[in-house]
Design a protein around this ligand. Structure first.
Ligand code: NA7
Length: 530
């Protein structure tokens, strides 16, 4: 059999693929990254809509593998904008000379396991083929756009812009009538900015969402200096929390606190802003009664901010707060006080048809020159099932996962030897601070590859038993509390026809790391080598 061209092929040049490449090269592996886009950054390359920002604080949403990098890079704001995060990714690519081994504008369409089960053939969209001993899918959790089935959308005369595939270059909405469909994080971030420009903005909301003020602001250089003086310790402390985020998570029970205290604590968190709102009490996600207190607090805020009582009620979510990912915004609710903004409740009047220059619901016809689709992603599995991955005996991953995915640690799948996933389903990924979690996964994969090389193993594969046991554990932990009770992308419920399965691991970052370390200590327990 011919020698494969590469030791390791990495798919995707987001934060996972970039760091994977850096590690692999440092270890002497022949590695190349294949990237569909024309630049690095992954989700931050594609999601260029106005208002796009990270909901994790910039000083935490960044790499820590290189002390000089984290000391020298200067973030300007508490929550970094998409252009700043993209600039950071580009800086890292240049700083570590990653561009030399990234092949851009190359979409991998298929992966085929060789007959011996010891390597993969990669097929690109253009029909080119590459061979590699190992493949690492660094394809991201939020990278495949979810397009809504809207009858007539193809006949709309103006631009149709998906937040997750935003065109390069500024879009000018001045004098235009804009429709936004979807009120998740992307919609909530972009709506206030589009409203400032557009002549008219009509927001089509299917489910009202909870959002907390970001309280974004320039970073205080003094505070940053103090943080950088102990960055390593700060990072280590962050890793001890469930989400891997440095913040105060109060363990106290909301059910045992007095009404005054409950109000005080929520008020404090609302004032401070950000995702950490849910850290006000330790049991907000455990009981309906406790959760109602947080939900009720936010609903009262919405009613206080939004002038029109009917609009305020439409904006008030009725489901569990924190079951879907909490949103973080700047002036979202207040935007509905503008004369040029209108909210349409799709539960009361579903979209019937998109016309050439309007959107028709059961109740009215709303004129539009531009449609912004903010309907999210085929999260966590979409980027894996979108590649035609054919494992042992020609089994297709997409077919195997038809009833829902399964994975060992979110890192590897039985039947697909020598294939790793970074933050795959069954990893803590989206419940944690993604970049540090990516670093943990990449380091684990790098160590595993070195182990295989040192022991002259040509094949590494998760065993079926280990995968089943881990997946059962992921499902069991996912059922704890209220998270799984709501339709969300965490359970695959946002994509029509997708199996409803709990996708990320809810057991927390420390517990996950402990398990990964234990696997290694037990000589890669749950993996078969050949
Ligand atoms: P999300 O959070 O999945 O939000 C998508 C929004 O689009 C949400 O309001 C959906 O309503 C709505 N949606 C989806 N399909 C439709 C159709 N067919 N018609 C009308 N409305 C629809 O995606 P985002 O991009 O905002 O954010 C994803 C993550 O990125 C976010 O959680 C952060 O982690 C960053 P629904 O609630 O399903 O009724």
């Amino acid at each position: 059999m011919a020698e494969p061209e590469l030791d390791v092929a990495v798919i995707g040049a987001g934060f996972a693929g970039m760091y994977m490449l850096h590690r692999l090269r440092g270890l002497g592996f022949r590695a190349r990254v294949f990237e569909a886009g024309s630049g690095v950054g992954g989700t931050w390359y594609w999601n260029r809509y106005p208002g796009a920002r990270c909901d994790i604080e910039s000083v935490q949403y960044s790499y820590q593998f290189d002390e000089a990098l984290q000391q020298e890079w200067v973030w300007s704001e508490r929550h970094a904008t998409q252009p700043e995060i993209l600039g950071y990714a580009e800086h890292v690519a240049e700083r570590f000379d990653l561009y030399a081994d990234i092949q851009f504008d190359t979409r991998i369409e298929g992966l085929e396991l060789n007959a011996a089960g010891t390597g993969w053939t990669l097929e690109t969209e253009d029909g080119a083929c590459f061979t590699a001993r190992f493949c690492v899918m660094a394809t991201g959790c939020l990278s495949v756009p979810n397009w809504p089935a809207l009858p007539g959308l193809e006949n709309f005369a103006g631009p149709v812009l998906h937040t997750a595939r935003w065109p390069h270059g500024a879009q000018d909405f001045t004098g235009r009538r804009v429709a936004v469909i979807g009120t998740g994080s992307s919609g909530i971030q972009t709506i206030p900015l589009v409203a400032e420009q557009a002549d008219r903005l009509t927001v089509f909301q299917r489910t009202a969402n909870y959002t907390i003020p970001a309280r974004n602001a320039p970073l205080d250089p003094e505070k940053v200096r103090a943080l950088k003086a102990r960055y390593k310790e700060f990072r280590a402390e962050a890793k001890q929390t469930g989400p891997g985020i440095h913040a105060v998570f109060r363990p106290a029970s909301v059910l045992e606190a007095s009404e005054d205290e409950v109000f005080e604590r929520f008020e404090e968190r609302w004032r401070d802003g950000g995702l950490i709102f849910m850290g006000a009490f330790g049991d907000l996600m455990l009981t309906q009664e406790g959760n109602d207190k947080a939900a009720g607090f936010v609903r009262d805020k919405i009613r206080a901010i939004v002038d029109d009582a009917e609009t305020a009620e439409r904006l008030c979510p009725r489901n569990i707060i924190g079951a879907k990912r909490l949103c973080v915004d700047t002036d979202y609710y207040a935007t509905y006080n503008r004369d040029n903004v209108q909210l349409v409740d799709l539960r009361a009047e579903p979209i019937e048809r998109v016309g050439e220059s309007s959107i028709r619901t059961g109740a009215d016809d709303y004129p539009a020159d531009v449609v912004i689709i903010a309907t999210g992603f085929d999260a966590m599995t979409g980027a894996l099932t979108n590649v035609d991955i054919r494992g042992r005996d020609g089994v297709r991953l997409a077919e195997l996962w038809d009833e829902g995915p399964s994975s060992y640690l979110g890192l590897a799948m039985n039947g697909f030897p020598n294939l790793f996933t970074v933050t795959g389903p069954g990893s803590p990924s989206v419940f944690t601070n993604m970049i540090p979690t990516i670093e943990q996964h990449v380091d684990w994969i790098a160590d595993c590859l070195v182990h295989a090389r040192d022991h002259r193993h040509g094949r590494i594969e998760a065993t079926g038993d280990a995968e089943q046991a881990w997946w059962a554990h992921v499902q069991e932990v996912g059922r704890v509390g209220l998270k799984a009770t709501v339709d969300s992308w965490y359970v695959g419920a946002n994509v029509e026809g997708k199996a409803r399965v709990f996708l990320p691991y809810l057991g927390g970052f420390p517990e996950y790391c402990r398990k990964c370390e234990e696997v290694v200590a037990r000589d890669y327990e749950g993996f078969a080598f050949g």
